[in-house]
Write a protein that binds this ligand. Structure first.
Ligand SMILES: C[S@@+](CC[C@H](N)C(=O)[O-])C[C@H]1O[C@@H](n2cnc3c(N)ncnc32)[C@H](O)[C@@H]1O
Length: 335
């Protein structure tokens, strides 16, 4: 069995649009410095209390209202690096698209727009839709040239068209349906990211099914626009490895220098996109002499065991990671 994910490792690295899961992604240095300054002005005890309140709210599945400077600073230190890393991993999948304008729905402190700027640095306008003026002004301080629209997403009848519409960790906080309004505004692509929980995935799956039925094309993570083959109690999610700042470690009383942010997502496009052959659905299991991969393929979910004897396949399996999109195999010689 030739696995044939990519012709060789070097080209695989060039062509892979998903950063390896173990690669730690960080906010740009000037944003990290700005966050440290804001956190310094709050003082450690108040920051730690606010971070604990935030984390309790998220653990209980409640949307957290960031109503004061302490809560915003706690979000900046403990949550924004993670939402940025996940948005960065997802938007990397779309890096080749002609994105010139960005609409960030439920922008918060601007993590998704910052990630969009990493791939589409000249995008203009970058428009932030956010109900909370203090969050929007924080985001604008990180995103020179961007503009903010203060509105309640539940009530807005329509959004201004932009090439890329991204809604990161916001759709799950809404009480009104929003999928059709998001899609109508997306001239090139729509990306929705939610927590990598059964609830977050269920929301993504509903939105995916609704918009595919309405004519959207799949871009990622699915290798085909078939009915989602995932069966409960499993759920489709991925992870971004996030570098923790020393302040973040102190707040969390955590010894680890990183954490894994779990997320579920869908990226849909107006024009049909070349899809990979398969998506790696969980961390590959490495055993002596063989590697086990769980894949989503155009015919459903498949567990693949690749042995060292199959040299080319084994080499390729070694470079695969959780969330990797595997390239189309040559002449039916793939998984
Ligand atoms: C969890 S935060 C995510 C922020 C940001 N997208 C990120 O990835 O870090 C959710 C954001 O959605 C905003 N939001 C929630 N409900 C909203 C509504 N009805 N109208 C406008 N914004 C809303 C919140 O104010 C908050 O900034």
């Amino acid at each position: 069995m030739a696995f044939n994910l990519h012709p060789n490792r070097h080209r695989a690295a060039e062509r892979s649009s998903t950063p390896p899961y173990h690669e730690r992604v960080q906010l740009p240095p000037h944003i990290r410095r700005a966050i440290e300054e804001r956190a310094g002005a709050i003082g450690f005890p108040a920051l730690k209390r606010a971070a604990a309140a935030l984390s309790d709210a998220y653990r209980d599945g409640k949307p957290a209202r960031l109503t004061n400077d302490e809560a915003i600073a706690a979000y900046l230190v403990t949550r924004m690096p993670a939402t940025y890393a996940a948005a960065h991993a997802v938007l990397g999948e779309l890096r080749d698209l002609p994105i010139r304008t960005v609409l960030d729905i439920g922008a918060g402190t601007g993590a998704a727009s910052l990630a969009a700027r990493a791939f589409f640095p000249t995008a203009d306008p970058v428009t932030l839709v956010e109900r909370d003026p203090s969050l929007a002004s924080t985001a604008l301080s990180f995103l020179p040239g961007a503009t903010a629209v203060h509105t309640d997403l539940n009530c807005a009848p329509a959004f201004p068209p932009h090439d890329l519409v991204i809604a990161a960790w916001s759709v799950g906080e809404l009480s009104a349906p929003i999928a059709a309004r998001l899609w109508e505004a997306a001239r090139v692509a729509l990306v929705v990211i939610e927590p990598g929980t059964p609830r977050g995935f269920a929301l993504i799956r509903r939105l995916r099914d609704e918009l595919l039925a309405g004519g959207a094309h799949m871009a990622a993570p699915c290798p085909a626009a078939i009915p989602c083959p995932m069966v409960e109690p499993d759920w489709c999610h991925f992870a971004a490895r996030v570098e923790r700042s020393s302040l973040h470690r102190r707040i969390k009383d955590g010894a680890l220098g990183y954490e894994d942010e779990k997320y579920s997502y869908v990226a849909l496009v107006r024009d049909p996109a070349a899809l990979g052959h398969a998506r790696v659905l969980r961390r590959p299991q490495h055993h002596p002499g063989w590697i086990e991969l769980r894949l989503c393929t155009p015919t459903g979910i498949a567990d693949r065991r690749v042995t060292r004897r199959d040299r080319a396949a084994f080499r390729e399996a070694r470079s695969a990671d959780w969330g990797s999109r595997l390239a189309q195999p040559k002449d039916g010689a793939g998984v």
